[in-house]
Design a protein around this ligand. Structure first.
Ligand SMILES: NC(=O)c1ccc[n+]([C@@H]2O[C@H](COP(=O)([O-])OP(=O)(O)OC[C@H]3O[C@@H](n4cnc5c(N)ncnc54)[C@H](O)[C@@H]3O)[C@@H](O)[C@H]2O)c1
Ligand SMILES: [Zn+2]
Length: 384
């Protein structure tokens, strides 16, 4: 475990039962004009109505941007930033999943003449915050509300690339399970597995440390207990609140540690074939965890000790096997696709996948077992 560790967090976080009402405390009479970032799917579901009503009572002007792209490219994100700059707003309120929150975070540091999103891809640290941001996640989720990361696709590279700059840590976050009450089952399931992947990858990462481990294990406890009811039962508000907290914890674990080969090998699935981020991770999760098993036996056994209420006198191998079987069961019960064939990808695409996946060195370097191109080829073949 590294000897050095750090903790970076959004400035203010409110969660639970009536967290949304904090909008009044946080915003009333404090800003001139709020730009609301959201997307059509979220707006049409009606879940923005109540937050917008609360914003209407904050004595500020409101401008709504409700056509944000899903899993944006760097140029799509730049277009939103350009439109936002013309608005003259001094606050961004993002109501959405990772796609909306990531663009909001980017806009907060990219609304300047000096540099744009493509410059940030090359030199992320030139970014400075110009506008404060309130993030209200509607998926549980990416944990983007807890991280300094913004992920965009770079079309010419067929990859998703993370821009990381602590200036993008949110100023305010509201975690309220009511925002998830109309989420479609398939989106809840895929985004929930994304949070699970964040937590278990961070726990088994070369960058794992006492702070990230604490957040990762707490996230895993909450996810194992709540993911099924939170996804299957629209009325399960307590479980949805617990999943939001879990996703936030898993995001905090990413900030302190880092994801590994699951995310590295899933990036081309999003970047080249536009498979939704959570689904791409669900497809790569078990093959990569099994590949990592010999190097991460101790960590998987510790996950068992944290999440299972069963027999603690088992051997490490048995505990690890239980964890992997449990994850397999969750993915099956939630009916998330487990093969790339469902997306029209075939063996003729294999070499492109291997080439692109091996480019994601930032995350592959975090993986305890070294991943060679031959290993990546075998891992992709398992899901083809
Ligand atoms: N910044 C980070 O730290 C971080 C971490 C992981 C992933 N990401 C990025 O986040 C993006 C994925 O975000 P996501 O998985 O949250 O999905 P998303 O934001 O792309 O949303 C997916 C779909 O779900 C709909 N939706 C979202 N919430 C809903 C709700 N409550 N009710 C009804 N519909 C709803 C949206 O309209 C959209 O069509 C990817 O680009 C990924 O790379 C970022
Ligand atoms: Zn992710």
């Amino acid at each position: 475990m590294p000897e050095e560790y750090m903790l970076m967090m959004p400035r203010k976080v409110f969660g639970g039962g009536s967290a949304l009402e904090q909008v009044l405390v946080l915003l009333k009479d404090k800003y001139k004009k709020a730009a609301i970032f959201t997307d059509k799917g979220i707006r049409n579901s009606g879940i923005t109505d109540y937050p917008l009503e609360l914003l209407g009572r904050c004595n500020l002007e409101i401008i709504i941007f409700d056509e944000l792209p899903t899993e944006p490219s760097c140029d799509e994100a730049q277009k939103v930033v350009d439109d936002f700059r013309k608005s003259g707003a001094d606050l961004i309120v993002a109501i959405g999943g990772g796609s909306v929150m990531d663009v909001a975070k980017l806009a907060s540091i990219a609304c300047t003449d000096v540099y744009g999103v493509r410059d940030l891809l090359k030199k992320p640290l030139i970014g400075r915050k110009f506008v404060e941001v309130l993030l209200i996640p509607t998926t549980a989720g990416t944990g983007s509300e807890a991280t300094p990361n913004s992920i965009v696709t770079v079309p010419e590279k067929n990859l998703k690339v993370g821009i990381v700059n602590t200036e993008m840590l949110a100023d305010m976050v509201i975690l309220d399970g009511r925002m998830l009450k109309k989420i479609p089952q398939q989106i809840a399931a895929a985004t929930g597995i994304d949070a699970l992947a964040h937590a278990i990858e961070c726990y088994t990462s070369n960058k794992a440390n006492p702070i990230s481990n604490m957040f990762a294990l707490e996230a895993l406890k909450l996810i194992f207990e709540n993911i099924l009811p939170a996804c299957e039962d629209p009325g399960a508000v307590k479980e949805k609140n617990d999943m939001l907290l879990a996703a936030f914890y898993a995001g905090a674990a990413i900030t302190a540690s880092g994801t590994t080969a699951v995310h590295a090998l899933s990036y081309p699935l999003g970047g080249r074939y536009h498979i939704p981020h959570g689904v791409a991770n669900a497809i790569m999760l078990l093959p990569v965890l099994k590949f990592n098993l010999p190097a991460c036996l101790k960590e998987f056994a510790e996950v068992y000790d944290a999440v299972s209420k069963g027999n603690h006198n088992l051997k490490q191998e048995e505990k690890a096997e239980w964890v992997l079987n449990k994850i397999d069961e969750i993915i099956h019960v939630l009916k998330i696709p487990s093969s790339l064939k469902n997306f029209g990808i075939s063996k003729t695409d294999l070499e492109d996948l291997v080439h692109d996946g091996m480019e994601v060195k930032r995350l592959l370097n975090n993986n305890k077992s070294t991943v060679t191109a031959e290993d990546a080829r075998k891992l992709y073949l398992e899901v083809l």
